[in-house]
Design a protein around this ligand. Sequence first.
Ligand code: BG6
Ligand code: MG
Length: 216
Amino acid sequence: MPSIQACLFDLDGVIVDTARFHYIAWREMARDLGFDLTQEENERLKGISRMESLEIVLSIGGVQLPEEEKIRRAAAKNARYLELCMQMTPDDALPGVRPFLDELKQQGIRSGLGSASKNARVILERINMLHYFDTIVDGNRITKGKPDPQVFLMGASDLQVAPQHCAVFEDAVAGIQSAKAAGMLAVGVGEASVLAEADIVIPGFEGFDLAQSENA
Ligand code: BG6
Ligand code: MG
């Protein structure tokens, strides 16, 4: 496997556990519309843009809304999500993430963020981690969401590293597909049963050694 010169990180569920806040906010909206959203159904929303997620949630509930109501609901969900996110502190970064990013810096490996979220900068500022990233590709920059490879190809291009020398860290099925489509090493963060398409799957960053897994 070619040596890794850049690491691209998804945000929600990889750097910080905001996935639970997305779930709470979507579930509240669903209940308000008269149906429930299970954790399993929520899995389908990971890595997917806000408006696409809204469409999926509405289809789960069999609810149809006029366009302007969809926009209003998405904005209300986002306001609620941000309200929940404001509970976070720098301690909310997932275990092992900061030491891993420090380690990469020491090794001269560049780091970038590749997220579908339009709130990526706000969240990173909230947990005081904005400075770790040499580039940020977020939902405000991309025109094609995951599983399209655009988000990670843009990150690689910003960092001037060829895709085959990039590793992607992702907790979402759509994100793993995006990394594979970009021709990058796809590291799943989570459960192997869910992230079956990843090259390797780790439960989290604690004790993770990139060099070791490259040689595996
Ligand atoms: C992704 C999350 O990172 O960002 C999705 O996994 C979310 O669940 C998407 O829908 C868009 O986020 P935001 O913050 O722009 O609504
Ligand atoms: Mg994610």
